[in-house]
Design a protein around this ligand. Structure first.
Ligand SMILES: Cc1ncc(COP(=O)(O)O)c(C=O)c1O
Length: 427
């Protein structure tokens, strides 16, 4: 096991150049001191040649690992036939069919390029159908970077709900008036807010597995019930959970079916494509015939349903459909979750391991985690030190979450658990 990675002069020069050219020295996501060069399967390499076991997985899309030979073949074949058309392409139709076959709420599909756009359009779809403006979201729920989504994702946790806290500078002040925020996993609190505000609500959006916080039994069911009672469209943001928790996503895994959902990441196998899927009656707003009743939502997008992304996505889904794939994925995740728990037990450090086997995290707190406010008890300094220990020892992950792939091998797991033990000891 490497104790401490080293950086080449070329790497250091590139980091310096990145800091000159890119605000914060990064493309906006993780790590301003590590520049990656390539990936294969469950591993990535930086510009200095340091090798890492990768639990970032491109922030989730690479469930089948980096540069999977079958995905690459499909992409190569499509690239040779044209990379984008704007017009409807046969692979977009095939991918839509696959989504409708797999995802319980999906009767129709509208493609976008990113998850941020998908959640934006899902919320707009709900508002157009319901003809009300306000959106209810959950404290700590992440729905990308659109204006409506950037409310109370990184909240202080000190505000009385349902008042939102804007997450970003530059948001129009009027947006905050249009968003209400409910507490995750609090049936009573959530129900009371919806009962009080249902007549103003265009829709409700939720991550069914919120970041890594599991929904308590009955919570999603209660949300489904109360939204149905008042005819408020319910959106599951399945950008993370789609094709990950199960082939049919969180709605299959938890057995609760929303009216609309968003899917991305895994769906596009590492290319820019995402989707809004749901009941035909709601998706009708994307159809120009909806002009008749004033519900039409134009949604032009240069790369909508891009054929290269669709080719990567279709092959990714084909791999995931192979028998036993999810059993293996869950078994790998379970071993890692157990491994990290015993590493910290042995070091005498209290942690909470939270999430589902394909995506989980470690919280440095003695507080069980079932709400966003519980997550605020996480000792951030410990998280930073833990991540540094992992990076130095060849484990790559985002600043939060571990994403597990179907390519992580028994050897990867054993090595990762050794690193957990060494990191826990060093902490
Ligand atoms: C739940 C959820 N929704 C939406 C998004 C936004 O997706 P994208 O980064 O493709 O815009 C993300 C991204 O991580 C996400 O995790």
């Amino acid at each position: 096991m490497v104790e401490k990675r080293t950086f080449s002069e070329a790497h250091n020069a590139l980091v310096e150049q990145a800091h000159r050219l890119l605000p914060g020295g990064s493309v906006g996501n993780v790590y301003d001191d590590t520049i990656l060069q390539r990936g294969a399967g469950s591993h990535v390499w930086d510009v200095s040649g340091n090798e890492y076991i990768d639990y970032l997985l491109g922030s989730g899309p690479m469930l089948c690992g980096h540069a999977h030979p079958r995905v690459i073949d499909a992409v190569r074949e499509q690239v040779g036939r044209g990379t984008t058309f704007f017009a409807t392409h046969e692979l977009a139709v095939t991918l839509a069919q696959e989504i409708v076959d797999a995802v319980p709420c999906a009767e129709q599909v509208r493609f976008t390029s990113t998850g941020t756009e998908a959640t934006l359009f899902a919320m707009r779809t709900a508002r157009a159908a319901r003809r009300r403006d306000r959106i209810l979201k959950f404290e700590g729920g992440f729905h990308g970077m659109n204006d409506y989504a950037l409310m109370s994702t990184f909240a202080s946790g000190t505000v009385e709900l349902p008042a939102p806290e804007p997450d970003s500078a530059g948001l129009p002040g009027c947006i905050a008036d249009q968003v209400l925020v409910a507490p995750f996993n609090d049936v009573e609190g959530m129900t009371a807010i919806i009962e009080r505000h249902h007549d103003e609500l265009g829709g409700v959006i939720i991550e069914p597995l919120q970041r890594v916080v599991n929904p308590e039994p009955g919570f999603l069911e209660a949300l489904r019930q109360v939204t149905a009672r008042f005819g408020v469209p319910l959106i599951f943001d399945e950008i993370v959970t789609g094709f990950r928790l199960a082939y049919g996503g969180a709605q299959e895994y938890y057995g609760v079916v929303p009216d609309l959902c968003t899917i991305g990441k895994v769906l596009a196998g590492g290319f820019p494509l995402a989707a809004v899927a749901g009941r035909e009656e709601l998706l009708r707003s994307f159809n120009p015939v909806a002009r008749e009743d004033g519900r039409y939502m134009p949604q032009y997008g240069t790369l909508n349903g891009n054929p290269v992304a669709a080719a990567a996505g279709l092959t990714t889904l084909e791999i995931l459909r192979e028998p036993g794939t999810y059993d293996r994925l869950f078994a790998t995740g379970e071993q890692l979750m157990a491994g990290v728990q015993s590493a910290f037990d042995a070091a005498g450090i209290v942690v909470q391991i939270v999430g589902a086997p394909p995506v989980f995290d470690v919280f440095f707190t003695d507080q069980p985690i079932s709400s966003y406010r519980d997550t605020l008890t996480n000792d951030k300094a410990m998280v930073t030190r833990f991540n540094r220990q992992l990076l130095d020892r060849g484990i790559f992950r985002p600043d939060s979450k571990f994403y597990v792939s179907i390519m992580h091998s028994a050897e990867d797991v054993a090595r990762t658990i050794d690193v957990f033990a060494a990191a826990a000891k060093a902490l």
